[in-house]
Design a protein around this ligand. Structure first.
Ligand code: RRO
Length: 322
């Protein structure tokens, strides 16, 4: 990697633009099979753990995943042990990673997001000490207002500009600037750019997009939904052109940095997201089968930029008019 590939997401410096999408890479689990070296040299430039909620959840009934042409459909349903358990068990190990972390929180009301962010901030202040700058350069927050697999909150909040703004304002009261506050947007709306604008105006310092597209797969024998949860969220290469369009439209609308995602599986895909205005690119489904993919694509990105005689800065946003 000869080029300088470092990018900034607010106060976080990423050594290259590749990270994981929440819920598709469990670094602590990977360390159990691959050894603790993976934590000392993580394959991602920032690590985003699976979304946590204020209260523990069991998630949706199985089956939770089904393959589709060039993709997969999931209805996992946000299983997690709750934010307090996350702060007690995972957070201390994640803070020792050699890369920033972006904690993802979900919720079922505006107040729940605020309460979860407050628990996280209190734990961080206790773990790292009261030096806010020390935390701000290492830990960001992503508000998942886009999980398609629960019946209230989350995506229903993120489908409405006013509700999205209310969540951002509520969380900003306990997670103030300069802390990174990214909002993860759903593509299951008529006008994603208007949601991004609402998030930015309410104080978000980044947006990540897109979460999965709502879809349905039937069992062709029983003609019933294949997934235990019924419908689900579609991801993988099948959604890449759809996600790219969203990134392109949002990049034409907001000033805050964008984490682009949706079916990126090769360095050429990464180049496209960057050209559409993404500052960083997250890998989701493709990382499930190849957890080291981000590291490899970061290496390849250096060569790809050299081949095109472009710097990362020159590539970023190249597809946008003007
Ligand atoms: O857990 C899930 O079912 C899930 C989540 Br939180 C999300 O953000 N996106 C998705 O496709 N599935």
């Amino acid at each position: 990697m000869s080029q300088d590939l470092a990018v900034r997401l607010g106060p976080l410096t990423l050594r290259h633009p590749l990270l994981n999408a929440s819920g598709t890479l469990d670094l602590l689990e990977l360390a159990e099979t691959m050894g603790d070296e993976i934590l000392e040299d993580p394959p991602v430039a920032a690590y985003v753990p699976k979304t946590v909620t204020l209260a523990a959840r069991d998630g949706n009934p199985p089956p939770r995943l089904v393959e589709t042409p060039a993709g997969m459909l999931n209805s996992v349903g946000l299983p997690n042990d709750g934010v307090e358990a996350f702060c007690a068990s995972s957070l201390p190990r994640l803070l020792a990673l050699r890369c920033p972390i972006i904690v993802s929180i979900g919720g079922f009301s505006v107040q729940e997001y605020g309460a979860a962010a407050e628990v996280l901030m209190a734990s961080l202040l206790e773990a790292v000490g009261s030096k806010e700058e020390a935390i701000a350069s290492r830990v960001g927050l992503e508000l998942n207002v886009s999980c398609p697999n629960v019946h209230s909150g989350c995506m229903l909040i993120g489908s409405d500009p006013a509700e999205t703004a209310a969540v951002v304002s509520c969380v900003r009261a306990v997670w103030p600037p300069p802390f990174l506050l990214a909002v993860k947007l759903t593509p299951n709306v008529t006008d994603i750019a208007s949601i991004a604008r609402a998030a930015e105006e309410a104080g978000a310092s980044a947006v990540s997009l897109t979460n999965t597209f709502k879809g349905l797969v039937l069992d062709r024998v029983t003609l019933r939904p294949r997934l235990g949860g019924g419908a689900g969220g579609l991801s993988g290469p099948a959604i890449r052109p759809l996600a790219l369009r969203c990134v392109y439209e949002v990049a034409s609308t907001v000033q805050v940095p964008i984490v682009g995602m949706g079916g990126a599986a090769t360095v050429e895909d990464v180049v496209e997201f960057l050209a559409c205005g993404a500052t960083a690119v997250a890998v989701g489904s493709s990382g499930l089968t190849d957890p080291l993919l981000c590291a490899r694509m970061a290496e390849e990105l250096g060569s790809e930029l050299a081949r095109r005689s472009l710097s990362l800065r020159e590539l970023t946003g190249r597809a946008l008019a003007g």
